[in-house]
Design a protein around this ligand. Structure first.
Ligand SMILES: [Zn+2]
Ligand SMILES: [Zn+2]
Length: 249
């Protein structure tokens, strides 16, 4: 730790962004200025444990049994091949994502990015991902928020997987309402034809990994996957930090 960081820590002792408790000395990551999450809040992250749906990743209500395809996916198969998530969208991770997305704490990507990237590395070994794409924001939303949280996360994933990162080709052409607070049918309708692909030849024959922060119904990722497959992508995988815990049937 350099002198400047020592001095900053002395004046502003690092605190956990979730519970505001003071962090042990030396927990500031060298060179990144990021302070970390305290161990008690980390202990409140809920991993997405099996059994879950092998396609949409939604956990099953029962805690025993094997992973299999859920009824929703059997009825209407999503366009993406599979959706991976290391955690459920609840507990203190939900707070971290809220701070990251809505409270301007974009620096939290130095915590969330490596978390997602290390999951991606063990989740996709058999797949030949050749391109990573973040779910795009509409230009108007991007102006409001100042950054695309998915793009920040996707940067870490592409770096760890050693693949290309394309955050320009896939574009959001419809200004959509936030998916939260909408009913099931409205959510699907809300994102329909919301995306378009510039330079469709770019994805032809490739396995594309689409990255977002949270998946609720998976409709947004499904819609992105549909556009990419239509443009000739061989396979589309979806990756998020957290998945909502509503159980699959
Ligand atoms: Zn904490
Ligand atoms: Zn499913």
């Amino acid at each position: 730790m350099n002198l400047l960081h020592r001095l900053i820590d002395l004046v502003y002792p690092p605190r956990c962004p979730v519970c505001r408790s003071f962090l042990p000395q030396g927990s500031r990551k060298e060179g990144k200025g990021y302070q970390g999450i305290c161990s008690s809040c980390l202990g409140d992250f809920h991993p997405l444990n099996p059994p879950y749906c092998t396609i949409c990743g939604r956990p099953f209500a029962s805690t025993s049994g094997d992973c299999h395809v859920c009824e929703n996916c059997l009825r209407k198969r999503p366009a993406f091949h599979a959706l991976g998530a290391p955690y459920l969208y609840e507990g203190s991770l939900q707070t971290v994502i809220h701070l990251f997305k809505y409270a301007g704490r974009s620096g939290l990507v130095t915590f969330l990015g490596p978390l997602l990237a290390s999951f991606a590395r063990q989740w996709t070994p058999a797949e030949k991902v050749s391109l990573v794409m973040p779910v795009p924001l509409h230009p108007r939303r991007l102006r409001e928020r100042g950054f695309n949280q998915s793009q920040l996360l996707a940067g870490y994933v592409a770096a760890v997987l050693g693949t290309g990162l394309d955050f320009l080709s896939l574009r959001r052409v419809k200004y959509t309402l936030p998916q939260t607070g909408l009913g099931k049918t409205e959510r699907r309708k809300n994102v329909r034809q919301a995306f378009a692909l510039k330079m469709p030849g770019q994805v032809s024959g490739r396995t594309v990994l689409v990255v977002d922060d949270v998946a609720t119904t998976g409709n947004t990722l499904d819609e992105c996957a549909r556009v990419l497959l239509k443009a000739g992508a061989e396979k589309v995988l979806a990756l998020v930090v957290a998945r909502t815990p509503n159980p699959a049937s």
